[in-house]
Design a protein around this ligand. Structure first.
Ligand code: HEM
Length: 139
């Protein structure tokens, strides 16, 4: 739940691109062949109409009943992309994150340093501008 919620609010890859291989129409919008269509995951992941009024809050419990319980349209949650070009490393990444979190939580307590400044920025991926200073204590 914590991993899902982190990837929802801060999807490391915030934009997904597709190229139209032929002239297309989405509703009233004409998309000519060769045009790039960019999908903003931040917009999809933080829309109050899909996630509820606390869409901008960090609330891992929203995933208590899975993705379909957290969101009105589960397909808008796509931190690893979607379709034939979906991230090939997604299962590896999720397993790695679970192992890493388990190892950290079973060996250390940690809290945010008072020096921490919440300042996510978008470079190639979303990252904390001033890093994440933690106070770590061995159990
Ligand atoms: C939290 C970690 C990760 C996130 C959030 C992530 C996210 C993404 C996203 C959004 C895409 C684009 C998907 C699309 O266009 O629909 C992508 C593609 C890709 N990812 Fe990841 N990824 C992660 C970890 C990894 C890892 C660990 C690997 C390799 C071991 C990996 C390998 C790839 C590759 C090769 C592609 C290109 C797939 C293609 O174009 O067919 N990713 N990833």
């Amino acid at each position: 739940m914590v991993i899902h919620e982190s990837l929802r609010l801060y999807p490391p890859v915030p934009l997904i691109a597709r190229e139209a291989f032929k002239d297309m129409k989405f509703g009233d919008i004409n998309v000519p062949k060769g045009a790039y269509v960019w999908t903003s995951l931040l917009t999809l992941h933080q829309n109050v109409d899909f996630w509820g009024p606390d869409a901008n809050q960090f609330n891992p419990e929203r995933f208590g009943n899975g993705i379909s319980g957290a969101c009105k349209y589960s397909y808008v949650y796509m931190p690893f992309g979607v379709g034939p070009r979906i991230c090939v490393g997604q299962h590896f990444a999720m397993t790695e994150l679970k192992i890493l979190l388990t190892l950290i939580l079973s060996n250390f307590t940690f809290s945010l340093s008072p020096n921490y400044q919440h300042f996510p920025i978008m470079k190639l991926i979303i990252e904390p501008k001033f890093g994440v200073d933690l106070l770590v204590k061995k159990l």
